[in-house]
Write a protein that binds this ligand. Structure first.
Ligand code: SF4
Ligand code: SF4
Ligand code: SF4
Length: 251
């Protein structure tokens, strides 16, 4: 089985598991929702500093996933996260697709928002006032089909409408968990830790730019020999569309 089919298979298995989980196991069960949420690394992770240890298991698992990005990049985003996969499928429905690409300056500025959201949520959770932002949480929104908070609906609309027009809109600009993984990757880089990355063979590359045009995270691949950009989600799209064989390969 080739790596592209394998990725789709893994994504579909996880989206199936998420659907079973969301529709059958956790609907309207407040505690179960938190017990299985990987993003709990942020809220409940921060709350442990203030002596609140409920859901510590998911905080630890979520933290381990985030730490793993130091070594394997954001494979979680490219293979496992249901919000990412939903956006990927949603964007496929958009007939105009890449015509909605944002100018690079705006793209970079918007990319900062997720770090601000991470700081706000982390600090609020640290002071145990997480209940102010929790109604915005997309995982909580899908976990409470009978009583979605109105702010949760707003978040879901932003994810779905944004993701329809701009590929992986939430992942690129707003996801605080992405910001957490990126921070760990920056730290790994400072300590000289080598991460699993895609390499561009300059001797084979013809600089056609097809890879950059197709990157869902808007990464300027032509800037890199090793694609070390922390926003790379290892989706393999650049490898798939590259016209030169063995030009882009995992290192
Ligand atoms: S950026 Fe956030 S929402 Fe997107 S795939 Fe990664 S964890 Fe999921
Ligand atoms: S698509 Fe392949 S050949 Fe074209 S610029 Fe990208 S890496 Fe080089
Ligand atoms: S297209 Fe390539 S560079 Fe862009 S996110 Fe996917 S794997 Fe990373």
């Amino acid at each position: 089985m080739n790596k592209f089919i394998m990725r789709k298979l893994i994504q579909n298995i996880f989206i199936g598991l998420w659907i079973i989980f969301i529709l059958i196991l956790i609907p309207n069960k407040f505690h179960t929702c938190h017990q299985f949420c990987p993003y709990a690394a942020i809220c409940f992770g921060a709350m442990t500093f203030s002596g609140y240890f409920a859901y510590i298991q998911m905080a630890v698992i979520g933290l381990l996933i985030a730490v793993s990005s130091i070594f394997i990049g954001r494979k979680f985003c490219g293979y496992i996260c249901f919000l990412g996969t939903i956006q990927e499928y949603l964007f496929k429905l958009n007939p105009k697709k890449r015509k909605t690409k944002l100018p690079i300056k705006l793209h970079r500025t918007l990319g900062v928002i997720k770090y601000i959201i991470l700081i706000i949520t982390f600090v609020m959770a640290l002071f145990l006032i997480q209940y102010f932002y929790m109604p915005f949480c997309p995982v909580m929104a899908v976990s409470f089909p009978k009583s979605i908070p109105v702010f949760g609906i707003i978040t879901l609309i932003i994810i779905f409408v944004g993701g329809f027009f701009i590929e992986r809109f939430w992942c690129r600009y707003l996801c605080p968990y992405a910001a957490l993984m990126n921070i760990f990757q920056f730290a790994g880089k400072i300590f000289g830790i080598k991460k699993h990355v895609i390499n561009r063979n300059w001797e084979v590359c013809i600089d056609c730019g097809i890879c950059t045009k197709n990157c869902p995270m808007n990464i300027d691949i032509l800037k890199y020999e090793d694609i070390t950009d922390p926003n790379c989600i290892h989706c393999l799209k650049c490898i798939k569309v590259c016209p030169k064989e063995k030009c882009l390969t995992f290192k």
